[in-house]
Each structure stands twice: as structure tokens, then as C-alpha cells.
Design a binder for this molecule. Sequence first.
Ligand code: FES
Length: 168
Amino acid sequence: MSNNKVTRRQFLSYTLTGVGGFMAAGMLMPMVRFAIDPVLQKKDGGDFVTTDVAVADITEEPTRVDFTFEQVDAWYTSEVTNTAWVYKSGDSIVALSPICKHLGCTVNWAGDAEYPDQFFCPCHEGRYEKNGKNVPGTPPLGPLDVFEVRESADGLLEIGMAVPNNLV
Ligand code: FES
């Protein structure tokens, strides 16, 4: 006979450890899954938001376009409204972010009667040219961001992510 016999105490110890391990895994797996669930979610079809503005109606005059989308922050979903200043430039559509590059106030087209062809930030009198270039001598140190844009199959303007200005 071998001396490697498993005692009753060892058998119970191994069995309880194994069963306990399975039970712990059964309890922990859902918690781990819950914790990392947002990371595992697939995003559906790009990050463009369809506006109710027809591309054919866009003119060369910057016009304010509000667009709403659902923002998912982990498990919390909220509805967010964003704004772009949209105009036609040759064959392309430009959508500028209204967020001032100085301290984040909102700029307006022709917001200052003295500069009717520029964006104006009322907070510290920052100014930008039509393409978003910051006017030297005013507080902003960089140009306004631009939104990615495209046209939907039915001719509506779709607005995507804000990216650094490539027009200036
Ligand atoms: S926040 Fe726009 S100029 Fe200061």
C-alpha cells in the first residue's frame, strides 16, 4: 500500500476549497462583468449626428445650428445639445465649434457691431475670422475647432467630432 493516502480531513479540505472557489467565481463574475460592461459595449455606426438642416439650404453666411445627441457616461445616458456655426465655403461645408479658445465662452457670428464679419466672444472681447482663425491682439491664442461634417443620404447635414482647425 502507498503512503500517499488522502486523509478524510484532507479530502474535506480539498473538496470545500474547490466548491468554495466555484461559488466565489460564480458570485464575482457577474460583478466583474457589471464593472467593465461599458467597455465591452459595441458602438453603433459612427459618431455623426443628423441635424434637421438641409445641405442645400446652407449659405455662405455662418448660421447657428443646434444638434442633440445622447451621451453615454458609463451607465448614465443623457441628452446633450451642442451648437455649430455652419456655412458654405466653395463646394464644402464648414462647421465651427462655438467654444472660445481663450477660456471656453461661446462665440457668436457678428456678435460685435464693429466687426460684422467676425466671430466675437463677449467674455474678453476675443475675435475670430470667418474660418475660425483667432485675430492677433485679442485674447484667444488658437483657432476655433471645426466639426467633421457629411451629408446624409437624404440631403441633411450630419455633424461629427470636433477636431483641430485645418482651415487656417
Ligand atoms: S473666453 Fe473668449 S475671449 Fe476670453
